[in-house]
Ligand binder design. Structure first.
Ligand SMILES: Cc1cc2nc3c(=O)[nH]c(=O)nc-3n(C[C@H](O)[C@H](O)[C@H](O)COP(=O)(O)O)c2cc1C
Length: 264
């Protein structure tokens, strides 16, 4: 096994950072990197048998984001090895790793390792920070440790050929997906917005358009907060009673630092 392929969905960039770091620390030669956050329709995957794939997704409501599943379903592998990684905002990852495992198995992959890492929560704000600035230095060291375990496992399967099935936490039926109220979504402060279009480009579901002013389609918005975190003028605001109640609850209940876990 000498080559590496990365596939990730990452609206606010923490999953991307973690998957890249793990991949780099394996020392394998990177031959493809697929960011499936945008334009999932255009994702044309090619998986070769002697390549290690690392798939990373953020946890949304204890599950794999639907948009990520739709893109990942296109992958077809002939038992090539895969590492599955979920990144969550210091609450819980619930059934996400188990669900990602199922998605990967259905694509024909052989799961050799899995992990749950922590990234700054998409809803984290200045006044209610949640897992602020994670992944941090300590997390990146854990990426290196995990990569070492992956390399060890790759050597083992080279000798044994068929690895035992990997068990990961999670249960069936998966946690129910909650319907997000369409009236709740980030809005634009027109005093700060200069219509640069960053939010339009960055939105994974094309929920934002500029028609004189920015308009957000609440039916499409997934609350991923890419627009809030990437706006160069801090003009995208996610501030209303519903989301503020969620932020407050997360801030109060999820402030004790959690650490990454691996399953190899
Ligand atoms: C709609 C939504 C639901 C989320 N649900 C969870 C969750 O169930 N548990 C958790 O710990 N974090 C949750 N998060 C936080 C993200 O998993 C976390 O911030 C992750 O690092 C974001 O990844 P990204 O930077 O690659 O977009 C959620 C975030 C969003 C936007």
């Amino acid at each position: 096994m000498e080559t590496l392929s990365l596939i990730y969905f990452s609206p606010t960039g923490t999953t991307q950072k973690i998957v890249r770091e793990i991949g780099q620390k394996t020392g394998l030669k990177l031959i493809s990197e697929n960011n499936i956050t945008h334009n999932q329709d255009e994702f044309k995957p090619a998986v070769s048998g002697d390549c290690l794939t690392i798939i990373g997704i953020p946890v949304y409501g204890g599950r794999v984001p639907i948009e990520a599943i739709e893109a990942l379903k296109k992958l077809q592998s002939n038992q090539s090895p895969v590492v599955i990684v979920v990144v969550y905002g210091n609450r819980e990852y619930d059934d996400a790793l188990l669900e990602l495992k199922e998605v990967a198995i259905n694509c024909g992959f052989r799961i050799i390792a899995g992990a749950a890492f922590i990234g700054e929560h998409s809803f984290s704000s200045k006044d209610k920070p949640i897992a602020k600035n994670r992944p941090d230095k300590q997390d990146l060291i854990k990426c290196r440790d995990f990569a070492e375990l992956i390399n060890k496992k790759l050597n083992e399967i080279r000798d044994a050929n068929t690895p035992a099935e990997l068990n990961v936490p999670g249960k069936y039926p998966y946690k129910e997906r909650k319907q997000l109220p369409a009236t709740v979504h980030p809005i634009t402060d027109n005093n700060l917005c200069n219509q640069c279009g960053t939010c339009v480009d960055i939105c994974p579901v094309n929920a934002i358009t500029i028609e004189g002013t920015e308009i957000t389609n609440g039916e499409l918005c997934t609350w991923c907060c890419a627009c809030v975190k990437h706006c160069p003028n801090e003009a995208r605001i996610f501030d209303n009673p519903t989301i503020n109640a969620v932020k407050k609850k997360l801030f109060l209940n999820c402030s004790i630092r959690k650490e990454p876990v691996y399953f190899v």
